[in-house]
Design a protein around this ligand. Structure first.
Ligand SMILES: NC(=O)c1ccc[n+]([C@@H]2O[C@H](COP(=O)([O-])OP(=O)(O)OC[C@H]3O[C@@H](n4cnc5c(N)ncnc54)[C@H](OP(=O)(O)O)[C@@H]3O)[C@@H](O)[C@H]2O)c1
Length: 296
């Protein structure tokens, strides 16, 4: 069994490589220098040459604001790239895990979004990721999983947790954080374990919501981060989205429901929903701090 991780230099890709290596599962990682998934021919040639048992496509244009002025570039990776990987996975018979996002939904709700809810993206990033989901499901429904995730952080790469810790180390600076967008902070390492558990258990193909459980605003997330680092939370100032303008619109409420979990795979093994986001943050925080200190 060989796994191919596309986007292995990203924070989810690094987490997957770490989890697979720790479990003794044969894995190979690639990024845009090895294969550019915007090229149909290159993707087909690369995947055919490896013929992996499982492919996880974590590669994406993830700059949500930058996508608004780079529509074609974002579409090339998030929509066309997803199609090329799905076509190649089908042609060699690999099982495919395609990673998607809560931003395929508008946020105009106060009920957690279901796996069958229609796409309603409000940003270019969300539109291109929704198109990617459609391409995968139209091209290879009999061998694909769509794992939608959200608000990722990890010890690797840039993310909100590291940003808040960095700002909090600067003397006296107050930190304005949005308090009217609700989502699910998610540990990339927990997500990587969920993907590996799910594929190894042979759960049915289809769409899954792979976020840590519970919900929070960015302000509540930041409060928890400072609490865990022993920094006074009074430094944090809650603001609303109007006071913290971004180029791309963000959903106000993008909490994903977990009704599809627990699920029993063909192997007879049950895979539960992912744990509460506070527990995940607590267990990952020491390693995040350790990595940040090592870089100073
Ligand atoms: N980050 C979040 O908060 C979040 C939230 C919801 C969903 N997601 C989804 O989760 C997945 C992983 O996100 P992440 O934060 O781990 O991403 P990331 O850190 O931004 O990494 C993206 C990866 O994609 C690769 N890539 C980009 N363009 C490529 C191309 N044309 N061909 C091949 N590889 C390419 C990059 O390789 P290079 O380094 O070589 O460019 C990099 O390894 C994505 O599908 C994203 O949409 C993320």
């Amino acid at each position: 069994m060989t796994w191919l991780i596309i986007g292995a230099s990203g924070q989810l890709g690094m987490s997957l490589m770490s989890v697979l290596t720790d479990r003794g599962i044969d894995c190979r990682g690639c990024n845009s220098g090895d294969v550019d998934i915007t090229s149909d021919a290159m993707t087909m040639e690369y995947i055919s040459s490896i013929s992996p048992t499982v492919i996880v496509n974590t590669a994406a244009w993830t700059d949500v604001d930058g996508a608004e002025s780079n529509v074609e570039k974002a579409r090339a990776v998030n929509a066309d790239g997803a199609l090329h990987v799905a076509a190649a996975a089908k042609s060699v018979g690999s099982r495919l895990v395609h990673i998607s996002t809560d931003y395929v939904f508008s946020g105009d709700s106060d009920i957690p979004w279901g796996i069958g809810d229609s796409h309603s993206p409000i940003s270019v990033y969300g539109q291109t990721k929704a198109a990617g989901e459609n391409s995968v499901l139209n091209t290879y429904p009999t061998g694909s999983y769509i794992f939608r995730t959200a608000w990722l952080y990890s010890r690797w790469g840039k993310n909100f947790v590291k940003t808040i810790i960095s700002i909090s180390t600067r003397d006296g600076e107050s930190i304005k954080v949005v308090n009217d967008q609700f989502g699910q902070p998610t540990s990339a390492l927990d997500l990587a374990n969920q993907i590996v558990d799910s594929v190894c258990a042979h759960i049915p193909f289809g769409i899954y919501h792979a976020t840590n459980s519970g919900q929070a605003t960015w302000f509540e997330f930041a409060t928890q981060i400072l609490d865990l680092t022993g920094t006074p939370v009074e430094r944090l100032i809650p603001v609303n989205s109007e006071q913290f303008k971004r180029v791309a619109k963000r959903p106000k409420f993008s909490v994903l429901n977990h009704d599809a979990w627990p699920v029993i795979g063909e192997s007879g093994i049950q895979v539960p929903a992912m744990r509460d986001w506070r527990l995940a943050l607590m267990s990952e925080m020491p390693e995040i701090i350790h990595q940040m200190e090592a870089r100073q």
